[in-house]
Design a protein around this ligand. Structure first.
Ligand SMILES: Cc1cc2nc3c(=O)[nH]c(=O)nc-3n(C[C@H](O)[C@H](O)[C@H](O)COP(=O)(O)OP(=O)(O)OC[C@H]3O[C@@H](n4cnc5c(N)ncnc54)[C@H](O)[C@@H]3O)c2cc1C
Length: 402
């Protein structure tokens, strides 16, 4: 407990992923102390690649970790969609100077650990952030002014408020909303990494290459200073019950990408094994707070990854929540209402837009031709205009100046 904090009891944050750590850091920068409770034995990120859009980079800048986060990231030249049936280019959005001026930041791809690590180092260095791992939050009791958090071990922690940043299958959400487990989206992803020396030279591009196939898509991009490529192949299976994650062989994976032209298959033939994950999500909700308890990131608004904005939304949530806490002078019940009022519509729009991309990304037959015609001849400025609502950071995303 710090004597310099504005709050006597800490804000308990369940989950030390990108959202939970960003929340702790944003609160600390506005004078509030927090305690991050992470169930894993170590703080870290599962998975490899992350696309970091300009709105997410603006949050990292506002939190003072933008430079560190960008150090090992690749600031990409363009966003590209290829038609995986014909091999033709469908979309090519330049992300150079004009893009960077318009959205105040570049578009980056990064290793997840680099983004999470930048936040973790800043949290460790701040006296108002306490971090505990091996702590699984089970439930909590609330009254109007304080919270008692119960861990799986039976330990109880007194807090001023609780933020559920505990991911897609959130224990805090279970108690707040009681809306059951997340839903299978009907798609699965096969993920792998490829060491750079195994990637054909002509396919090593300084941007994410996205191949849109009939009922599937493939994306790959370099991470960690071009030492490896992150590869993900998503297949629409229609499965309605999320399966367990498992390792599967290349022999199992290749036939799922039927109807493909040569290039995506060249890439999919490189890894010998893939990790298979069911993609889960939820429908948007209007309320995710009760008194001094709220949700943030995937716990609040999990989405399919088709516009690569889940982590970006968690980051924006974090700043918004801390600004609201500051404006409400540490009255967390009021602050969480204000935070939610600012965030629900934007987060829901991103959830809905992500789901809608299923039809574009996985179009087949006549829909594929319609998609290609839709994008034909669109100028860079026209793309920017359509992306402005998403990539322009909301007004509350700015550095804190006391
Ligand atoms: C295939 C795929 C690709 C994606 N690509 C992108 C992308 O390119 N760009 C982007 O912006 N987003 C992307 N996303 C989304 C992004 O990964 C998530 O939205 C983001 O990681 C959410 O962060 P979070 O902190 O809310 O949750 P999480 O990262 O899930 O963190 C939750 C943390 O809580 C901990 N936890 C869970 N339960 C408890 C408990 N009871 N007690 C204590 N701790 C607990 C977990 O161990 C974990 O550390 C992608 C998602 C997928 C599935």
């Amino acid at each position: 407990m710090s004597p310099h904090a504005r709050n006597a009891l800490p804000v308990a944050i369940a989950g030390g992923g990108i959202g939970g750590l960003a929340c702790a850091l944003a609160l600390a920068q506005r004078g509030f102390q927090s305690l991050v409770l992470e169930q894993a034995a170590e703080f870290g990120e599962a998975g490899v690649g992350l696309q970091v859009a300009p709105n997410a980079l603006s949050v990292l800048d506002a939190l003072g970790v933008g430079e560190t986060a960008k150090k090992h990231a690749l600031l990409i030249e363009r966003l590209v969609m290829m038609d995986a049936v014909s091999g033709a280019e469908v979309v090519n959005v330049p992300c150079g100077d004009r893009f960077r001026e318009r959205f105040r930041n570049p578009y980056a791809v990064a290793h997840r650990a680099d983004i999470h690590g930048a936040l973790l180092d800043a949290c460790r260095a701040h006296e108002l952030v306490a971090l505990r791992n091996d702590c699984r939050v089970k439930s909590f009791d609330l009254d109007d002014r304080r919270v008692s958090v119960l861990l799986e071990t039976g330990e109880r922690i007194a807090a001023a408020a609780i933020v559920g940043a505990d991911g897609v299958d959130s224990a805090v959400r279970r108690q707040l909303l009681g809306d059951g487990p997340p839903l299978a989206s009907g798609a699965v992803i096969y993920r792998a990494t490829i060491p750079v020396f195994e990637m054909p030279k002509d396919l090593q591009r300084p941007y994410p290459t996205f191949w849109a196939g009939p009922g599937w898509h493939v994306i790959y991009y370099p991470v960690r200073d071009w030492t490896m490529f992150n590869l993900g192949g998503t297949v629409v299976t229609g499965e309605r019950t999320p399966g367990e994650s498992e390792d599967v062989s290349q022999r199992h994976v290749l036939p799922l990408f039927a109807g493909s032209c040569a290039t995506p298959l060249r890439v999919l033939r490189i890894p010998k094994t893939f990790r298979r994950y069911s993609i889960v999500h939820r429908e948007p909700v209007e309320n995710w707070s009760q008194g001094p308890a709220t949700l943030l990131g995937d716990a609040a608004h999990p989405m399919v990854q088709y516009i690569a904005q889940g982590a970006a939304m968690a980051l924006e949530d974090a700043i918004c929540l801390a600004v609201a806490a500051y404006e409400c002078d540490g009255n967390f019940t009021e602050a969480f209402k204000r935070y939610q009022d600012h965030r629900t519509v934007r987060a829901a729009r991103v959830q809905i837009s992500s789901s809608a991309m299923d039809r574009i990304n996985h179009a087949r037959g006549i829909e594929r031709k319609v998609r290609n015609a839709l994008f034909e001849g669109r100028t860079a400025e026209e793309f920017y205009d359509r992306l402005a609502w998403l990539f322009t950071p909301p007004s509350y995303v700015k550095p804190f100046k006391p």
